[in-house]
Design a protein around this ligand. Structure first.
Ligand code: SAH
Ligand code: SF4
Ligand code: F3S
Length: 526
């Protein structure tokens, strides 16, 4: 510990809880009266830049630094003793995995987790900015938290995740919700202990949002949500800049973790008894492009991971543009690499794809699907689709429907286009009326449901391998798990089957799930 840290430690040790409370109350009062522009200038603009396509595109050449030396600062190691934390997660799997890291950091500081907001000493909202309704949910929750803060001024409230990377969101919180204690960005997660300290003992709202994004922090502690399936980040950020999407701005540039670090993490999970890993990235097919000292891509990584003794390996999300032959060749070998591929297409119209800047056409996408099907005849394909993109005509939407049929997607996440401030598409008129967007979404969902039901029907009478995750949400007497191709199966079995891969005979198919009977009592198969 250096002199400065010792001083800070003394201050913390000597702080009287009553003083801290009054500081926080004082802070609240002060924030109510403050000129928020002054506050923004002081705490925000120095560390934040709003989305800027031109500038963001230049960032690719910047160096990536990897830090292996992470440690919770000594003076924060025990700060959470007898205290509890609650993290609400609003976003994608990467966002959920960030929650696991923050839970790890807080646990290292002595905190315990709770589901009850009333008994939490710290509440973090890990937000998502992908569509407007995701943001509205968070603002709704911030409203609820105000009551909680009034009842318990000691509770520390934090907003983090993708929304905090947006200037407009931070401004709105500073102006309208000054009772929030801290806002931090997606590049600042490892700084949680320091930020928490500032929020607890400082007088101001703590805002730290770095637009700098060059770094990868290894060895962060994690408290994973389950003991059966685990997520492993293989890369961060996205450089694809699809014209509608906020992610390249909220998550920064593409940075690949070193293969050896990823492999070590997967090995550790295997050693701990995990049965499935999902390799995560916004655009996993670009994995390795930024590793300048080695020629190494996702195919090479998957090939190595296939040799690790873990029964199931998945990856998400794939971008069709970078899905190369090497990856197809490796996936076709099977083994623990599962034959379910999530391959977002977004639209079936080449013209819409062009203005979305997806950098492939309908024809190229179909060629890729053909290649995958030739190499892996049983592969299941799922996708993401946006309807109502600016200027999307009825004919162009029909092309999406016909593509969905032609590929035979077995399920899809479907979305109504939502303009995101700072993206190129947000400057174009959002000119498809909401009724039309809704009608297109309904027609698309109807088709997807039909295809899903048909795909499910084929399983009737078949025996499938199910990784049993736990009791079914609807009925605790029934267990639930997923097949290799990610179909949800509900079946009666003793709870001793949880965490194992068992054989289940399918008796009845529904639109989104299968019912079945376990073939042998809790006998594990691989
Ligand atoms: N990286 C992934 C997707 C990340 S976001 C990929 O490229 O495939 C998940 C999905 O949200 C996207 O595939 C897209 O379908 C949808 N999405 C992203 N931005 C959106 C927006 N502005 N409006 C509506 N849907 C959007
Ligand atoms: Fe967004 Fe995915 Fe496009 Fe990246 S590849 S910009 S994350 S939709
Ligand atoms: Fe949302 Fe950020 Fe994920 S915007 S979808 S949480 S990367």
């Amino acid at each position: 510990m250096n002199e400065q840290q010792r001083k800070e430690m003394n201050q913390i040790n000597q702080a009287n809880p009553a003083d801290i409370k009054s500081d926080q109350e004082e802070n609240l009062d002060r924030l109510k009266n403050i000129d928020s522009d002054e506050l923004i200038g002081k705490y925000f603009q120095t560390t934040y830049e709003p989305p800027n396509l031109k500038k963001a595109k230049k960032r690719r050449r910047e160096d990536v630094k990897i830090h292996y030396d992470y440690q919770v600062p000594e003076d924060m190691a025990n700060i959470g003793k007898d205290k509890k934390f609650l993290i609400r997660t609003y976003g994608c799997q990467m966002n959920e995995h960030d929650t696991e890291v923050m839970a790890g950091l807080l646990t290292d500081m002595g905190y315990q987790s709770t589901d009850n907001a009333q008994e939490a000493d710290i509440i973090l909202l890990n937000t998502c900015a992908i569509r407007e309704n995701a943001e509205n949910k968070v603002f709704g929750e911030i409203g609820h938290l105000k009551t909680l803060k009034t009842e318990n001024p000691d509770v520390i409230l934090g907003v983090c995740g993708c929304m905090s990377q947006e200037e407009s969101v931070v401004n709105r919180i500073l102006k309208k919700h000054p009772f929030i204690d801290m806002i931090f960005g997606t590049h600042n997660i490892h700084r949680l202990p320091q930020l928490l300290k500032e929020a607890m003992f400082g007088k101001e709202m703590v805002v730290e949002v770095w637009s700098k994004e060059g770094d990868i922090i290894e060895n962060l502690p994690k408290v994973r949500k389950g003991k059966i399936k685990g997520w492993v980040n293989i890369m961060y950020g996205c450089d694809k800049f699809c014209t509608y999407c906020i992610v390249p701005y909220t998550r920064g540039k593409e940075r690949s973790r070193r293969p050896e670090d990823i492999i070590q993490e997967v090995r550790q999970l295997a050693a701990q008894g995990y049965k499935e890993v999902t390799l995560l990235g916004q655009n996993v097919n670009a994995y390795g492009k930024d590793l300048t000292d080695i020629e190494y891509g996702l195919g090479d990584l998957m090939d190595e991971i296939s040799k690790i003794d873990i029964p199931r390996v998945r990856f998400t999300t794939s971008h069709p543009r970078d899905f190369d032959d090497r990856l197809i060749e490796v996936l076709a070998k099977g083994g623990n690499l599962l034959d379910h591929i999530h391959l977002p297409v977004q639209s079936g119209s080449s013209e819409v794809l062009r203005v979305m800047a997806r950098r492939y056409t309908r024809e190229r996408y179909l060629e890729l699907v053909d290649k995958i099907r030739t190499a892996m005849p049983n592969a299941t394909l799922t996708t993401d689709i946006i309807v109502g993109f600016p200027n999307e005509t009825d004919e162009q939407f029909e092309e999406t429907l016909s593509l969905v049929e032609e590929v035979g997607f077995e399920s899809a996440y479907t979305f109504i286009y939502s303009p995101r401030e700072g993206t190129p598409a947000a400057r174009w008129e959002d000119n498809i009326p909401m009724e039309v967007k809704k009608e297109r979404l309904q027609r698309l969902n109807k088709l997807i449901n039909k295809q899903s039901a048909e795909a499910m029907k084929k399983y009737e009478g078949q025996t499938v391998k199910v990784l049993v995750e736990g009791e079914s949400k609807k009925n605790p007497d029934v267990l639930a798990g997923y097949t290799e191709r990610n179909k949800l199966v509900n079946f009666k079995a003793p709870t001793s089957a949880i965490g194992k891969i068992v054989e289940v005979k399918i008796t009845n198919a529904k639109t989104w799930s299968l019912d079945g009977e376990m073939v042998e009592d809790a006998v594990e198969v691989k």
